[in-house]
Write a protein that binds this ligand. Structure first.
Ligand SMILES: C[S@@+](CC[C@H](N)C(=O)[O-])C[C@H]1O[C@@H](n2cnc3c(N)ncnc32)[C@H](O)[C@@H]1O
Length: 438
């Protein structure tokens, strides 16, 4: 069947942002670049999950919601964006619907889902870029092409913060002479308060000449820190001109190279605002908040302005950065390094907290949710849960556990942090027991 040309009627958009049609036998077909309501010609290109993938060849009847994509690389297939060709109103409604659908799947019949909090173009302050050395020795720096291992050179970009985009040309020039980059690598760049923090991962070790070149590059571009890792090894600092720091609720944190940050300042602000709005209006003086999957403290320090907060994080370097920042600032924060997949908080541990905040990775918080399920609906559990999700499928699974444990859904706020992608984040607030009726 692969290679066959077909005409398809697109009925909806799938979770990855592809148009979805059905073959006469009901098999779903996923067509990147096609929009709901369109009739398209496509070529079948192999299996994809339960269905088939197809390459878009022509839009025979375009949707009135189709718009000209703002970035020239979008048409070339850059994987940084999936939905630039869709009008803003249906695009925003799609993001909201993904969150509503996840909560419905969790068993909340008519979920109250707010309009998405939006983030502007050119505001992405964290990017994981692929590096490929070309045959002529030049280095391609960019995102992977959609559904392909190829890397598209980022000659234009509508999502990256312009300060990061401006760094790409000098980065290409610096990498051209870097012996440690033989064929391929990656660059994670985080825009911190003092400038871009760069973590380069390459396929050969760094020699003395490379170190000198990176130091000169850092100097010329006012980059506070460049770290390097060879393959999967732990990063080491290659050049440091100034402290690499970022502030959360007035607390200065020194994150490790490549640390997780919310993707944009605006996204972080929207998530923090929704998390704080999800706390009970009045917290008793001795109330304690648990912040699970705390990273370097993006949510912890804002939460600590409202009550004593205990942060749990599995990555050693992130937890150490959070703990050191809390100590220096004298914040109402206790920090614990803990692998929550192997050692989730038990029902007895959870019972001491007035609020449980969770911001798990993409896979969700299955082990932690199993503890909540184990506690049963009569057990003492935190009366309030604030769940920060970056994956509607995981939200659906985890919210279903909360519902069965007696939690009601109070609110849900989608956050569109990954502009023009199909991703959507959300802050969902749940309450139980007396708090449920408050
Ligand atoms: C989505 S990030 C959230 C970080 C932080 N809340 C923030 O807003 O920046 C998820 C965090 O979970 C941590 N994590 C992943 N798996 C974990 C585990 N099994 N136990 C504890 N932490 C884990 C990651 O290191 C990462 O810091």
């Amino acid at each position: 069947m692969s290679g066959e040309g077909v005409e398809l009627a697109i009925v909806r958009l799938g979770a990855a942002g592809d148009g979805v049609a059905a073959l006469p036998d009901g098999t779903p077909v996923f067509v990147a670049g096609a929009l709901p309501g369109e009739r398209v010609r496509a070529r079948l290109a192999g299996r994809r999950g339960e269905g088939l993938a197809a390459r878009l060849e022509a839009v025979l009847a375009p949707s009135p919601e189709r718009v000209a994509p703002p970035c020239p690389l979008f048409r070339a297939g850059c994987g940084g964006c999936a939905l630039q060709h869709w009008a803003d109103a249906p695009y925003a409604a799609f993001k909201r619907a993904r969150v509503a659908e996840a909560l419905r799947r969790a068993g909340f019949a008519d979920p109250a889902v707010a309009e998405p909090a939006r983030t502007p173009p050119r505001s992405r302050r964290r990017a994981d870029l692929a590096l490929r050395r070309a045959a002529d020795g030049s280095v391609v720096v960019g995102f992977h092409a959609r559904a392909s291992a190829a890397v598209l050179d980022l000659a234009a970009c509508e999502i990256l913060d312009s300060r990061l985009f401006a760094l790409l040309d000098p980065l290409r020039a610096a990498l051209r002479g870097l012996a440690a980059l033989r064929r391929e690598g990656s660059a994670i760049v985080n825009l911190l308060d003092g400038g871009p923090d760069l973590l380069l991962r390459t396929d050969a070790p760094l020699g003395p000449a490379d170190r000198a070149a990176l130091a000169a590059f850092a100097q010329a571009q006012a980059i506070p820190r460049i770290a390097h890792a060879h393959g999967a090894a732990a990063p080491e600092t290659a050049a440091q001109l100034a402290p690499a720091t970022i502030r959360f609720a007035g607390v200065t944190v020194a994150p490790p190279p490549g640390a997780f940050l919310q993707a944009s300042r605006e996204g972080e602000a929207a998530i923090v605002a929704a998390v704080l709005a999800g706390l009970p209006e009045r917290l008793p003086p001795r109330a304690c908040i648990a912040d699970l999957y705390a990273g370097v403290g993006t949510l912890t320090f804002p939460l600590a302005t409202r009550a004593r907060t205990v942060a749990f994080e599995g990555a050693a370097e992130a937890e150490a950065a959070l703990a050191a920042a809390a100590r220096r600032a004298g914040a109402r924060v206790e920090s614990r390094r803990r692998d929550l997949a192997r050692q989730p908080l038990t029902p007895a541990e959870l019972a001491r907290f007035a609020v449980l905040v969770l911001d798990p990775p993409h896979a969700g918080a299955a082990a932690q949710m199993a503890q909540i399920a184990r506690a049963g609906s009569g057990a003492a559990l935190p009366p309030r849960v604030v769940y920060v999700s970056c994956n509607p499928a995981a939200l659906a699974r985890d919210a279903a556990v909360l519902r069965r444990a007696g939690y009601a859904l109070l609110s849900a706020t989608p956050v569109d942090q990954f502009l023009w992608s199909a991703e959507v984040e959300a802050v969902a607030v749940f309450a139980r027991g007396r708090d449920r009726r408050a």
